[in-house]
Ligand binder design. Structure first.
Ligand SMILES: [Zn+2]
Length: 411
């Protein structure tokens, strides 16, 4: 089956005009007028293709194509059409449009998959209102109700405000929730947002997992005093007390796994003058890894070290979001789909979050990465070569067909 690369690329370009401003890239913040135009546009495209379209209680736009057994399971191809301020035209859009192109090809070739297919544009992946991946988490039942009413800064609209503005009822959000057992799997094509594929000259990344993030703030209390008249033996220097951690933390992370990263990205001392002993030291700790156990161990080691060595230390959790491993079976079909498309693929982790992360704990999930030029994203300079875009959607199509073959396709 051949995908229509001209049609697919034209879709990307047309969608890329919505919210576009010369020199400023694309701004389609979730549920603003620009995003609503993109949502309406994709809904129109889905209907044109012959999909049954509905908008769920979380505002997710869902285009459905029935398979050989309409009462059977459903495969999702999803991502998001909202962007960050001054974003690019590929992040998110590729995931939705690759699914749409696959659905159109299946309809045109009159091929029925063993499962239903749903192409989904998820609401507010970029976290314009509060936290990211809202729509996909609402579908999996892992979005908290309070997220509807929280705001990022005073005066900014809450999700509930924006829901009402576009005619959605925030009190009905639970209706977006679906039973994970109704899904056969979740697939998402996305730009890599890093430079690995380009550097290595490889067309397709098969994502092995999405890293989790643990963040903490540590406060150390000492005593500010005169830097000239206070003898070394009688000082309570908060920075000196904290300093060993700056060297130890990276070592603990490295000893735990090759893949884990640990960063102390922000350190402040106060009062903060050349001639005053630091009376207070505040620093941040961020851990990232696919493996939650690795992160928990390093966190506990840090906690214990602080307890044993600095009596005044206070460690506050900013948040702990676990990483996820993606599905081996779906990954193997992406590898096969790549071979059938005549392109090279490599397994790699994702350092950024995606809607796939919301599904992965509950539904077999996989992701296809295509190269980002210069590793740049969330920028007007975000770019992926048309050849790579077409490769990506081809691999998506062949992944579906390969899996369908393995699971008894009827046509
Ligand atoms: Zn994205």
């Amino acid at each position: 089956m051949k995908i229509d690369s001209v049609r697919f690329l034209a879709d990307i370009d047309e969608l890329g005009t919505i919210g576009y401003r010369e020199g400023q890239g694309i701004t389609r913040l979730a549920l603003t007028d620009e995003d609503v135009r993109a949502r309406d546009w994709v809904q129109g495209r889905m209907e044109e293709a012959g999909l049954d379209v509905r908008v769920d209680a979380a505002g997710n736009v869902i285009g459905r194509l029935e398979g050989a057994d309409p009462a059977g399971k459903t495969m999702v191809i999803g991502s998001h059409l909202d962007t960050v301020p001054q974003g690019g035209k590929y992040d998110g859009s590729l995931g939705v449009l690759s699914g749409l192109e696959c659905a159109r090809n299946l309809i045109e070739a009159d091929v029925k998959l063993p499962w239903n297919l749903e192409i989904i544009n998820f609401t507010d992946e970029e976290g314009h209102h509060f936290a990211g991946t809202f729509g996909s988490r609402a579908m999996m039942g892992s979005a908290a109700r309070e997220e509807l009413y929280g705001v990022k800064e005073t005066g900014a609209p809450s999700l509930a405000d924006s829901f009402q503005r576009v005619g959605l009822d925030p009190t009905r959000i639970d209706e977006a929730r679906r039973d994970p057992s109704e899904f056969r799997g979740y697939l998402e094509m996305h730009v890599e947002q890093g430079g690995t594929l380009e550097e290595r000259g490889i067309d397709i990344g098969i994502v092995t997992g999405i890293v989790g993030i643990y963040r903490y703030v540590i406060e150390v209390e000492g005593q500010a005093n005169h830097a000239g008249t206070t003898p070394m033996a009688s000082r309570k220097d908060a920075l000196v007390a904290a300093a060993p951690v700056f060297g130890l933390l990276p070592e603990w992370a490295r000893a735990r796994s090759d893949e884990m990263v640990a960063t102390i990205g922000d350190v402040t001392v106060s009062p903060g003058a050349m001639n005053i002993i630091p009376g207070h030291c505040r620093f941040t700790v961020e851990l990232r890894s696919i493996d939650a156990e690795d992160m928990a161990r390093v966190r506990d080691r840090l906690d214990t070290w602080l307890d044993d060595n600095i009596r005044s230390a206070l460690m506050k959790t900013v948040y702990e979001k676990d990483g996820v491993y993606l599905d081996d079976v779906l990954m193997s079909h992406i590898a096969r789909g790549s071979r059938r498309s005549g392109v090279e693929s490599v397994a790699m982790p994702s350092g950024a979050g995606h809607d796939a992360q919301s599904f992965a704990p509950y539904v077999p999930t996989a992701m296809i990465f295509v190269p980002s030029r210069g590793g740049i994203s969330h920028s007007p300079d975000e770019y992926t070569d048309p050849e790579h875009l077409v490769n990506g959607v081809r691999v998506m199509m062949h992944t579906l067909l390969s899996l369908a073959e393995a699971e008894g396709q009827e046509d």
